[in-house]
Design a protein around this ligand. Sequence first.
Ligand SMILES: [Zn+2]
Length: 255
Amino acid sequence: MYYGTRAVVVKSTDYRDADKLVTLFSEKEGKVKAIAKGVKKPGSSLRICVQPFAHSFLYLSRGGELDLITQGRIMDFYADIRENLGKTLYIAYVMELLDKSLLERVPMPFLYKDVLEVLEYIETRGLNFIVIRYFEMRLLIELGYKPELDVCVNCGQKFPVMNMFSLSGGGVLCEKCSEIIKPDFVLSGEALSLLKFLAKSNIRTLERLKASEGALNKIERILEKYLEYYIERKFNTKYIISDLKKSLPLTFDKG
Ligand SMILES: [Zn+2]
């Protein structure tokens, strides 16, 4: 059986002879693993379509475990991201998140739209760390792991202001309950507002956001640990990025 779908290439690895094994995040079928035949031969029209994070329209033939890509047309290649190490690394991280968190053949149309928006944003407007945090939050929401940010996860009270965060509890704790459940993070008011903003906003409203470096670092750590806790995987690209940030004077937000 054949089907056509738009898809983003999450991962692409060498496979027998001239073939590649690709993991796709497709609009119609969700995560799918497929073989792209003969793409390493010169002149293959599919070659460009199966590059990491390329966005293509593909025709596939359904197989048992692996589908077969029969034809394709590139829609967005994101040339600007590919020319910039910082952008490439962060998009590689987004792809790793997808690869490790999505179940095969479970369509996620809203998340699919989010991925395209993030790629488009980074390609045309530059690397913005808030956009990466926004994507992490969108992923958690779409996977059903939205952190509770409005009421205490233990007693359900809305006041007084929550300033503790528990990974196992799945959200914020009031002061009283944080004596019963050990919190993993202390939140500043700004960090909490930032998390709430990410959970409610869309990509177009992010540009207006102003945040201190301290609050940004805090929510980066919280989201990182939260993703690891609920997806139960470590994200290697994230560690590569942190190491690079420490050892090289890279300015990820320029260019
Ligand atoms: Zn409480």
